[in-house]
Design a binder for this molecule. Structure first.
Ligand SMILES: NC(=O)c1ccc[n+]([C@@H]2O[C@H](COP(=O)([O-])OP(=O)(O)OC[C@H]3O[C@@H](n4cnc5c(N)ncnc54)[C@H](O)[C@@H]3O)[C@@H](O)[C@H]2O)c1
Length: 353
């Protein structure tokens, strides 16, 4: 068996400890976790103890001196750039959580650091690894839905004020529900349709919560894609968790795919399609016989984060291109910037590409 890629983790908080590190241990066949680092040393020690990781530390320097090939960065987005550059300069390959960074200038810096060092970079748009989302992509790419008319992706949660939460401090997060959750939705629609977002507009408000700084808790965005299809990305911090549908809807001239719960950290969900091309002309009675054409998909979920570790480890071993590149990250920043501008200026904005 080929040797496993040796990994270090930078940032042992929510997503790392809840999903990525456990999935390293429980499902990764290609990666081995050898060291964890957090600015909060106690946190790093606790995670190392809990998951039986041989080494922990509180500085990037110490982590990067370990015998590791790659790092997983799961810190707040305002420090991704600095840590990516530091890791690249130390010759480590990098899997970095979304959102990639907070400005295009930062993406430029990350890109030249990775290029100069000859290291690979992958962005953590993990929703691409949900089995249902992969199936939806297959259906769209094979033309089963016909010409795409509309795609909608929704991700919501209840996120009240939490003392000290960096997401609620705009100087760190640089935005609210859109940058935090909407970025996944924007990416999944582009990936499924294999089309870029070219125009954006929408509404955002701080409707419900009293956060310490102004970030949106409600974001409803309308899009146009390069294939001509329209899109909606809705992300809210002010809907009850129990009511969250986290819907995925793909509508084409031959039919639709509807998913629920396929956008989220859980690898599961459910999905059905109704594919029934219109065989006759206009039917004024508007009789709909959807049961005939309805197909349910029942699939077993596979951990999204463990899959990312394995995919990127394989990429390193086989020296192939990362599936989610710095260029994808750059485009994501361009779309997010265009959306915030469009909302502020109350108009439609073309995404610079
Ligand atoms: N892909 C996903 O599904 C997903 C889900 C949640 C979060 N995320 C992303 O992951 C990142 C982290 O989010 P989170 O929810 O885990 O946040 P968190 O606050 O729960 O954890 C962040 C951790 O980083 C540590 N940290 C802060 N500054 C640091 C530094 N300079 N060096 C090292 N460690 C530092 C903190 O002590 C904390 O333990 C964010 O970019 C977020 O958008 C992605």
């Amino acid at each position: 068996m080929a040797e496993k890629i040796r990994w270090g983790v930078i940032g042992c908080g929510g997503i790392a400890a809840r999903r990525t590190i456990p999935e390293f241990k429980s499902m990764s066949s290609e990666g081995e976790l050898v060291s964890v680092m957090d600015i909060d040393e106690k946190r790093a020690r606790e995670v190392a103890e809990q998951f039986d990781i041989p080494h922990y530390c509180a500085t990037e320097e110490e982590l990067l001196q370990q015998n590791i090939d790659a790092v997983y960065i799961a810190t707040p987005q305002n420090i991704h750039c600095r840590q990516v550059v530091q890791a690249a300069q130390a010759g480590k390959h990098i899997l970095c959580e979304k959102p990639i960074a907070i400005s295009l200038g930062e993406v430029d810096w990350m890109e030249s650091a990775c290029k100069d060092a000859g290291v690979k970079f992958m962005l953590g748009f993990c929703m691409r690894y949900n089995v249902y989302n992969k199936k939806a992509r297959e259906l769209v790419q094979s033309g089963s839905l016909g010409k795409m008319v509309m795609g909608r992706a929704e991700l919501t949660c209840w996120y009240p004020p939490v003392p000290g939460a960096w997401r609620q401090d705009v100087s760190i997060s640089h935005g609210g529900a859109l940058i935090d959750m909407g970025t996944h939705c924007l990416d999944i629609l582009e990936w499924i349709m294999d089309a870029r977002i070219v125009e954006v507009t929408g509404f955002q408000d701080l409707m419900t919560h009293e956060y310490p700084t102004k970030i949106e808790d409600a974001s409803t965005i309308v899009l146009r894609f390069s294939n001509g299809a329209h899109g909606i990305v809705d992300s809210y911090f002010n809907l009850p968790d129990a009511a969250a549908q986290n819907s995925l809807e793909l509508h084409g001239t031959k039919g639709s795919v509807i998913g629920q719960g396929t956008i989220g950290q859980d690898p599961t969900g459910n999905m059905f399609s109704i594919i029934q091309p219109q065989e006759t002309g206009y039917n004024a009675d508007q009789i709909r016989n959807i049961e005939v054409a309805r197909q349910e998909y029942i699939m077993e979920g596979i951990g999204l984060y463990g899959q990312m570790i394995d995919v990127f480890s394989k990429c390193i071993v086989e020296d192939t291109e990362s599936p989610i590149t710095l260029e994808d990250g750059r485009h994501s920043v361009q779309v997010v910037n265009a959306i915030y501008k469009a909302v502020k200026e109350k108009r439609v904005i073309r995404v610079k590409g």
